[in-house]
Write a protein that binds this ligand. Structure first.
Ligand code: XBP
Ligand code: MG
Length: 257
């Protein structure tokens, strides 16, 4: 049996609910600036969120809509670069607070000597903007390693980003726990042999989380517990702290979903 030695966090949807009111809005502002004849409403964005990576998402949308200008890879990169800058401005304005329990768990893990890491498909500048606006200066340094964006060729649901982060941490998957919000993230982490706890979002609530240790609405705070949504503990209220994660992790072979 292995001891839990690191927590690996996804970013969008897991650290903060960034997609609807930050990424989507930044894409639309960029589309406007580049005089593109389409915008992404909330349901449309939800549909294309299944394609991870902003550049890949835009390409996927254009493939489905031949009536719109078919942009070159260079044009998509340029639009995406502007979207990243706009996202940074939106996040700096404070629209995406950390989800319940995230700051509490980060503090507890560090106090207990666990290592922290990030595995995300989002652009590194976006991680930096979010950490800065929510946890302040120096937040990046709290993580032993931050794996983000195009650092690996294949984004989630491929396991590459988690395998890359594990290699950088020099830890085995049996020593780490991943925290995710989406099916793509879950598949990526499971593909790297990691145990996974899901905190779902409005956009991911109908997804298939089979194979996760637990699925909750959020990690909870004292006085505002999260709810386990599936499996043997379904309906239980939990403030997910480090002992809770360790218990789920150790009993991981007894997967409940
Ligand atoms: C979510 C994503 C990202 C963001 C947009 O990443 O798929 O593509 O939606 O960011 P995760 P970019 O849940 O792994 O954090 O436009 O920078 O790709
Ligand atoms: Mg996510």
């Amino acid at each position: 049996m292995h001891r839990l030695r690191a927590l690996i966090f996804d970013v969008d949807g897991t650290l903060a609910d960034t997609e609807r009111d930050a990424h989507r809005v930044a894409f639309n502002l960029a589309f406007e600036e580049f005089s593109l004849p389409f915008r992404w409403d909330v349901p449309t964005y939800g549909k294309y969120l299944k394609i991870t990576g902003g550049k890949e998402r835009l390409r996927g949308f254009l493939n489905d809509h031949p009536q719109y200008p078919q942009l070159s890879d260079a044009e998509i990169r340029q639009i995406h670069q502007r979207k990243t800058a706009l996202y940074g401005e939106i996040i700096a304005a404070g629209v995406a607070p950390l989800r319940p329990g995230v700051a509490r768990l980060l503090d507890a893990a560090q106090a207990a000597g666990l290592r922290l890491a990030i595995a995300t498909t989002t652009t590194p500048d976006n991680v930096s903007a979010l950490l800065q606006s929510t946890l302040g200066a120096g937040a990046w340094e709290r993580f032993d390693y931050i794996g983000a964006g195009d650092i690996v060729p294949h984004k989630k649901p491929a396991p590459d980003i988690y395998q890359h982060v594990l290699a950088q941490l020099q830890l085995s998957p049996a020593e780490c726990l991943a925290l995710e919000d989406s099916e793509n993230g879950l598949r990526s982490a499971l593909g790297a042999d990691l145990a996974v706890v899901i905190t779902q979002t409005e956009y991911t609530a109908d997804q298939d989380f089979s194979g996760a240790l637990r699925v909750l609405d959020h990690l909870g705070e004292v006085g505002q517990p999260g709810t386990v949504l599936a499996g043997t503990e379904a309906g239980q209220k939990r403030v997910v702290d480090l002992p809770t994660l360790e218990e789920w992790f150790v009993r991981g072979s007894n997967r409940s979903v």
